[in-house]
Design a protein around this ligand. Structure first.
Ligand code: F3S
Length: 425
């Protein structure tokens, strides 16, 4: 790999042995993927995926201590994925004991390490770091060192930034040294679509099922999606961005998509059109039947498939402010229509701390409180990822949560119906 003088000096140890090891790790990572050079990270802020202080991750904490002690901290401030714990989220004594004493026993010291390494501040815990209320929004063409799959696919596709699907720690190393290896989605060639996806549904496709279908079909490839603007328009306004956020997270978790182009909508597709498509791409046509097939293929992981849901999560990835307002109005209206005051399934809406703060200034905040829905900044996946929560019948409209846990997927309209007293069909 070709290195600049400065990069070679870092590798030779001129900025210390720890910095040299950080650089060496990135170089080896790049060589594995055929990178030809290292390029500067130009995004203003980093974003880390590892936000949870799992007791068993001792080597990570030792590594963090070493980086901090040797001054190899992030050259840029960063946000980080959501926290795993929030005492407002419905739980019980046993779960609290497992969460705090066993699973996330290292949470407090790990939070302190993150602050020393460059965490922006205590409000920086969210996977939707690119929302206006959070402020970590890359510009088109920015080179990033991120790993959170839902944020990477959003930054690449909707914002036109450039980032590979890195792993945890590797992304921190990129922020520390200020360079990332040049391969894959950083290159023009790697951003070309090898699939053309044609949307031919009778109504607007559910974002999370459409993303799931495309993710499972194209896996880590880049799709060029035709026909979607017939349903979601050609403007990247708040509603459309929220749709693409949820759609993208499903492509990235049900498959391994790091970038998609939507004809007539996403920045590179608007600029380059079909020039973004390779010669002889593969094609995938999505109609109502195909979406129904994909949805019907999701396994039910509950011990008792007929159990009544005990918990509902909405907001994975975290909800935008508009989504939060919209859900609040819909839940309130749904309850009124059935003469109910509170949701009939304990329900948690999750959003970034900055979004929650903005929402609390609005009249809808009281409306939501009155419905009994809990508003939290946690990551539902981290709540679910243990044997105790795993046994609970949890419902969600998140395809990412469905993929990684035992939570059962329902489209948003059905979730709304269930939690406002309509029961499960
Ligand atoms: Fe975000 Fe956690 Fe879901 S990081 S995308 S809320 S799994």
């Amino acid at each position: 790999m070709e290195l600049t003088n400065e990069q070679q000096q870092i590798l030779n140890g001129e900025k210390g042995e720890t910095m040299a090891k950080v650089m060496q790790t990135l170089v080896l990572y790049g060589q594995t993927f055929g990178a030809t050079k290292m390029v500067p990270v130009t995004g203003e802020m980093g974003h880390l995926v590892t936000s949870f202080g799992l007791g068993v991750m001792k080597p990570v904490y030792e590594l963090m201590d070493k980086l901090i002690a040797d001054g190899a901290v992030s050259g840029q401030k960063f946000t980080v994925d959501p926290r795993p714990l929030d005492k407002n989220v419905p739980s019980d004594i046993l779960k609290n004991l497992v969460f705090r004493k066993f699973m996330y026993s290292a949470q407090e010291p790990y939070d302190a390490q993150l602050e020393k390494l460059g965490l922006v501040d205590k409000t920086g815990y969210t996977c939707t770091c690119y929302l206006d209320q959070v402020g970590n929004k890359p510009k088109q063409g920015d080179v990033l060192s991120w790993a959170e799959s839902s944020a990477v696919v959003y930054a690449n596709s909707v914002l036109g930034a450039r980032c590979n699907r890195n792993s945890g720690i590797i992304e921190l190393f990129g922020s520390i040294v200020g360079y990332v290896p040049y391969f894959g989605l950083l290159t023009d060639e790697g951003r070309k679509a090898t699939w053309v996806v044609e949307i031919k549904t009778s109504t607007v496709p559910e974002a999370q099922v459409l993303g799931s279908a495309i993710g499972m079909k194209v896996m880590e490839d880049v799709p060029y999606i035709k026909g979607l603007t017939n349903y979601i328009g050609t403007e990247l306004d708040e509603k459309t961005c929220a749709y693409l956020k949820d759609f993208g997270a499903a492509t990235a978790s049900n498959g391994a998509v790091g970038l998609y182009h939507v004809e007539g909508l996403t920045p590179e597709a608007k600029e380059q059109g079909e020039d973004l498509i390779v010669k002889d791409p593969r094609t995938y046509v999505i109609d109502d039947k195909e979406l129904a097939r994909v949805k019907a293929s999701y396994p039910v992981m509950w011990k008792n498939p007929d159990a009544a849901p005990k918990l509902c999560f909405v907001g994975c990835p975290h909800l935008s402010l508009e989504q939060l307002k919209d859900w609040t109005e819909q839940v309130s209206r749904g309850l009124k229509a059935r003469g109910l005051a509170k949701v009939t399934v304990p329900t948690v809406f999750t959003a970034a701390p900055g979004v929650i703060e903005a929402f609390r200034q609005l009249p809808q905040a009281q409306t939501l409180k009155d419905t009994g829905v809990v508003l939290s900044y946690i990551c539902p996946l981290m709540y679910m990822n243990n044997p105790l929560a795993g046994k609970m019948p949890v419902i969600t409209n998140s395809n990412k949560l469905r993929t990684y846990t035992t939570a059962r997927y329902y489209p948003s309209a059905e979730i709304l119906d269930i939690i406002t007293g309509g029961g499960r069909k």
